[in-house]
Design a protein around this ligand. Structure first.
Ligand code: BG6
Length: 486
């Protein structure tokens, strides 16, 4: 299949940090279809050779195992081209169209790795020069808007040029192997389905914790905050995968229809429940990985009195027959104790304990990172006689551990590699549909509105901790505890 992949924002962070390394890996693994061209588009004047040298330089910042050898890069870089474009000039889109038409590739993928405020303009211009035929797909990188209204505006502009099935909204969490395994766990195995409901599950916790701070992205982050950056998209997408009904097929729309139903079933927030069920925090100076780190307000490009949240913990419910009354706790933050993304499914304890000691419940831990795996926590007898040979042994927690990196050492590919290959092949399962995305904005909107007029601001937490104490209290109120406190 011949393809043209066009990267708008071709010299930006996302392109050199994530997309180019992913494309290189795909090429190295022989997964990139032959007969392709990758065209980077940006504002300044450069030749193809200068662009290739720019990317080569940036590759040194990528982790060692993923760096190309000189000879490899030379071959990979033959795919790379560069074109100067002023995104506000219709003539420059005509020029781009000419470049594409001269080759007439079977597939054209336009990846918008620019600031989202440019999306409407770019899509309209692409539409008006006719770079939107049925063989063209447009990939939109988050953040897709900063609230419901701006998201709708972007979606309308995209829809004025592209059909829904041509518009691929990226949530890179959906490209992570662990997330695909979540589907496999639920819909490829019958074992858990009878238990996957309110009768057996006491609560579900989704934690997306990062130990890094905001780094040099202070200005972007301060306009965004953790709710928009991680909860509205990544955390909610994971929640939908956990809570959705089995889809009738593995088709993109069959899956997305079910995910949308979950989003529509989320308990809506109001002024009272935002205060009760949502905790926002902001990190202060502390220690992370044995190193002293600055507080958020001391970070580069962060305004001195910012109320931007770097941490959110919230409680919600999925209001349907399967999940009524089961709390779903979502939590994310920067500068937390560890980089750890996981979903913990806490089962109910036995109804009538017959063994000595407090009854502990089973739990299933779906680990997304740093490791990618599953842990099923059970209780077992060691087989001894217990204290003083009394024959009253307490049960001990043990776990069945599955490490997918070890189980499948050769087949795993990174999130962006997967999503780029899916975009080229037109596989839509792992992309977010506009109605899902808008519904997610609708759900977070009361929180955003409340915070906008709340003068109290976020609660402080020490860098290297698990967030403000109020986050623990939120869960403790229901008689539960976060995984690390259990
Ligand atoms: C991005 C956020 O979407 O996800 C970043 O904008 C965050 O702030 C990143 O650091 C986390 O992704 P991952 O894959 O490293 O967990």
């Amino acid at each position: 299949m011949s393809f043209d992949l066009i990267l708008f924002g071709g010299t930006g962070d996302l392109t050199w940090r994530k997309l180019m390394p992913a494309l290189f890996q795909a090429w190295r693994h022989n997964k990139l279809p032959g007969g392709g061209r990758i065209l980077a588009v940006a504002r300044d004047e450069r030749s193809d050779e200068q662009y290739r040298a720019f990317i080569r330089e940036r590759f040194f910042e990528v982790e060692a195992a993923k760096q190309p050898k000189q000879e490899e890069f030379a071959r990979f870089s033959e795919l790379l081209h560069y074109r100067r474009m002023d995104l506000s000039k219709p003539a420059d889109y005509e020029g781009l169209k000419g470049w594409v038409d001269a080759r007439a590739a079977e597939t054209v993928v336009l990846f918008l790795a620019t600031s989202p405020h440019l999306f409407p303009q770019i899509c309209q211009q692409l539409g008006s020069v006719g770079l939107n035929g049925p063989h063209v797909r447009v990939v939109l990188e988050k953040p897709l808007g900063h609230d419901l209204q701006s998201a709708q505006e972007i979606n309308r502009a995209v829809a004025s040029a592209f059909k829904e099935q041509q518009a691929l909204r990226i949530d890179h969490y959906l490209g992570k192997p662990a997330v695909q395994n979540l589907s496999a766990l639920r819909f490829g195995n019958a074992l858990f389905e009878p238990l996957w409901r309110r009768e057996s599950i006491s609560n579900i916790q989704i934690t997306l914790a990062e130990s890094i701070g905001v780094g040099t992205r202070g200005d972007f982050y301060d306009r965004t905050g953790a709710l928009r950056d991680m909860i509205q998209n990544h955390a909610l997408q994971l929640l939908t995968m956990i809570a959705m009904e089995p889809p009738p097929s593995n088709d993109a729309d069959a899956i997305r229809d079910e995910k949308l139903k979950v989003l529509k079933s989320l308990k809506p927030f109001n002024a009272e429940t935002v205060v009760r069920d949502v905790v926002r925090g902001q990190y202060r100076a502390g220690m992370v990985d044995g190193r002293k780190v600055a507080g958020y307000l001391e970070e580069e490009k962060v305004p001195a009195h910012s109320h931007c949240e770097t941490f959110v913990a919230l409680r919600t419910e999925v209001q349907n027959w399967r999940w009524a009354g089961v709390p779903f706790y979502l939590r994310t933050g920067k500068r937390l104790a560890a980089r750890e993304a996981q979903i913990v499914v806490n089962f109910r304890p036995v109804p009538h304990p017959i063994f000595p000691g407090a009854a502990r419940a089973n739990k299933l831990v779906i680990k997304l990172q740093p490791e990618d795996g599953l842990e099923l926590h059970l209780l077992a007898a060691k087989g001894g006689l217990g204290p003083g040979g009394s024959g009253t042994e307490q049960l001990s927690p043990v776990s069945l551990d599955l490490d997918f990196d070890k189980a499948f050492p050769t087949d795993r590919i990174g999130a962006y590699e997967r999503l780029l290959l899916d975009a080229l092949a037109g596989r839509l399962n792992l992309f977010v549909r506009s109605d899902e995305q808008e519904q997610a904005w609708k759900w977070v909107e009361p929180i955003l509105k409340h915070w906008a007029q709340d003068t109290e601001g976020p609660r402080p937490y020490v860098a290297g901790s698990w967030g403000p104490p109020a986050a623990s209290a939120l869960v403790a109120r229901d008689g539960h505890a976060w995984a690390e406190e259990q």
